[in-house]
Every structure is written in structure tokens, then in C-alpha cells.
Ligand binder design. Structure first.
Ligand code: NAP
Length: 303
């Protein structure tokens, strides 16, 4: 068997084109585009690169993009005051504070300060609760899990009645994606098992999976022998395993590997995502989708 490769880079383009059309319509109806503010503290290279991508994508869609760059010496109170100002700003629909934060700032207090109706990352406990309730209660599904579900749907993989196995139980990937896939409705109605380091016999669970979602952060954890023939395998892992020279720019950059042995898995799986170019590009795309949705909730409330 040769797996169909599900490319996030291609699905991202489809979705961004759909969103760009919606932005134009919103601007016509309300005289303004969606507004997103990103607050970056310090110069952590991974955060800087992620924020750059966010800005580029927001600008491409014609969003109002506000970038706040703060130094690592910023006082927690000043950061909280800034968040409160954006909570009150009617031209801003999404507020995003890039994690991790410097040690002297309480991450929980910062996330709790964001208005849940502008929390487009979906990390505020109110939005976690909405996700668990499901259906119309959901406002901002967290971006990486939402991207995973969207990829599965757009690849044409049936989730209803499927055995889904999720490896990992983090708050940003494993738990929310498991929650989304067990709900009734589009991209859900699956029978979900979540496995982790306390699980006995990981391989036997993987072998049952019609859809295997791997978010462990362990390079090449999943072997071909653990994959049910024809299964859909979504590799969320991003592991820096060395350095490589970028063939386009000649610059040195991180060599990435996923959690799945891609080459071997491609002979067994029916569908497979690559790393890089799989789940990664979907995260920022879904952030844009949430920001646009936020403007719609505010300007065109559901009856
Ligand atoms: P995390 O917080 O470190 O959680 C990893 C989870 O995997 C934990 O629940 C852990 O179990 C489980 N695990 C680790 N090793 C395992 C093993 N050998 N067998 C079974 N379970 C195992 O990681 P995360 O934030 O969810 O991220 C996971 C991976 O996805 C990372 O590589 C990260 O870089 C990547 N990621 C990618 C994106 C993207 O946009 N593409 C976004 C987020 C994360 P315990 O709970 O028992 O410790």
C-alpha cells in the first residue's frame, strides 16, 4: 500500500482563500476587517518565527494586525493592563499572548485576563468548558486540534463510528482533539481512546486505530508494525533532531522529524501527514479562522 499524503500546506491554501473571501464580505457589511493583536515578550527564536508567520498570514488576509513586542523585563501589571485595553477595543477581535512567558509572569493570570470572547487560541477555561459542552457552545476550538480535524475531514476520511486513538494527553493537543472527535457532528462521532506514558501495551491500541493521532513529541515513536493497514495517521510531533542547510536560501535551519517513522508508515497507512508540511501549517490557519469567527460573533450574533 502507498499512503495518500495529506498536505497541510495545500489545505491551508484552500482555507485561506475561503477566509479571504469572507474578510471582503465582512468589510463590506461592517466597514472594518477582523482585528488580531499578538503580544510577544522577549526574543525566543521559535516564538519570533511563529509570530512572524502569524503576522504574514493576517496581513495576507487583510486583517488589522497589531504587533506588541515587549521586553522580558516587562512588569506583569503592565502586561495585564495592556490585555485589558485590548479587551475594551472594539476593532480587536482576537488577543493572543505568545507563550512561553518569562518566569516572573504568572501564565495562568495572563490567560485568565483575556476576554474569553477574544481568546482565539481557545486556552481560557471558559473556552475549554465550551469545547467540552460541544455543539453550539463551542466558540474557539484550539487551533492545532481544529487543524487536525479539518485535515481529516478534507481528506475525505470518515470519522463517524471510527476507532480513533490519540497518543498524548496535553491540554493543547491530546485532550482537546480527543474531546472534539468524540462529540456528535462534523468530524466527530468517533470512538476515542487516549493513550499516554501510563498505558500498557501502546502497540495494541495503535493497531486498532482507524485514525491514529500522534502527539507525543518522541521522534519515530510509531513503527509501521503498529499501524492498521489503510489507517489514517496524523503526525503532530515536531522534533528538532539536528541541523540542515536550506536548499533555497543556503541558511542553516533545524532538521525536523515527526513522531511517526514516515517512510515505513507510508507503505502501511492509507493516509499520512508529513513533518514538516502536515499539521504545522494548519495551526496558524485555524487561528485566522477563529479571529474571523470572533468578529462574526460580535457583529452578527447568533439568534
Ligand atoms: P506534551 O505536553 O509534552 O505532551 C506529550 C504527551 O505525549 C504526554 O501526554 C505524554 O504522556 C505523551 N507521551 C510522551 N511519550 C510517550 C510515549 N512514549 N508513549 C505514550 N505517550 C507518550 O506535548 P504537546 O504539547 O502535546 O506536543 C506534542 C508534540 O506535538 C510535540 O512534538 C510538539 O512539538 C508538537 N506540536 C505541534 C504543533 C503543530 O502546530 N504542529 C502544535 C503543538 C504541538 P504523559 O502525559 O504520560 O507524560
Amino acid at each position: 500500500m502507498s499512503a495518500k499524503i495529506i498536505r497541510g500546506t495545500e489545505i491551508r491554501e484552500e482555507i485561506l482563500e475561503e477566509l479571504a473571501r469572507e474578510v471582503e464580505n465582512l468589510k463590506k457589511r461592517h466597514g472594518r476587517p477582523p482585528g488580531l493583536v499578538t503580544i510577544l515578550i522577549g526574543e525566543n527564536p521559535a516564538s519570533v518565527s511563529y509570530v512572524k508567520n502569524k503576522i504574514r498570514t493576517a496581513k495576507r488576509l487583510g486583517f488589522k494586525e497589531v504587533q506588541e513586542n515587549l521586553t522580558t523585563t516587562v512588569a506583569e501589571k503592565d502586561l495585564l493592563d495592556m490585555i485589558r485595553r485590548y479587551n475594551e477595543d472594539d476593532t480587536i477581535d482576537g488577543i493572543l499572548v505568545q507563550l512561553p512567558l518569562p518566569g516572573h509572569i504568572d501564565e495562568n493570570r495572563v490567560l485568565m485576563a483575556i476576554d474569553p470572547d477574544k481568546d482565539v487560541d481557545g486556552f481560557h477555561p471558559v473556552n475549554v468548558g465550551r469545547l467540552v459542552i460541544g455543539g453550539d457552545a463551542v466558540k474557539f476550538p484550539p487551533c492545532t486540534p481544529a487543524g487536525i480535524v479539518e485535515m481529516i475531514i478534507r481528506a475525505g476520511v470518515e470519522t463517524r463510528g471510527a476507532e480513533v486513538v490519540v497518543i498524548g494527553r496535553s491540554n493543547i493537543v491530546g485532550k482537546p482533539v480527543a474531546c472534539m472527535m468524540m462529540q456528535k457532528g462534523r468530524g466527530g462521532n468517533a470512538t476515542v481512546t487516549v493513550v499516554h506514558t501510563g498505558t500498557k501495551d501502546l502497540a495494541s491500541h495503535c493497531l486498532r486505530a482507524d485514525i491514529l493521532i500522534v502527539a507525543a513529541g518522541v521522534p519515530d515513536l510509531i513503527k509501521a508494525e503498529w499501524i492498521k493497514p489503510g489507517a489514517c495517521v496524523i503526525d503532530v510531533g515536531v522534533n528538532r533532531v539536528g541541523l540542515m542547510t536550506d536548499p533555497k536560501t543556503g541558511e542553516e535551519k533545524a532538521l525536523l522529524r515527526g513522531d511517526v517513522d514516515f517512510e515505513a508508515a507510508s507503505h502501511v497507512a492509507g493516509f499520512l501527514t508529513p513533518v514538516p508540511g502536515g499539521v504545522g501549517p494548519m495551526t496558524i490557519t485555524m487561528l485566522m479562522k477563529n479571529t474571523l469567527a470572533s468578529m462574526k460573533y460580535r457583529t452578527e450574533p447568533r439568534k
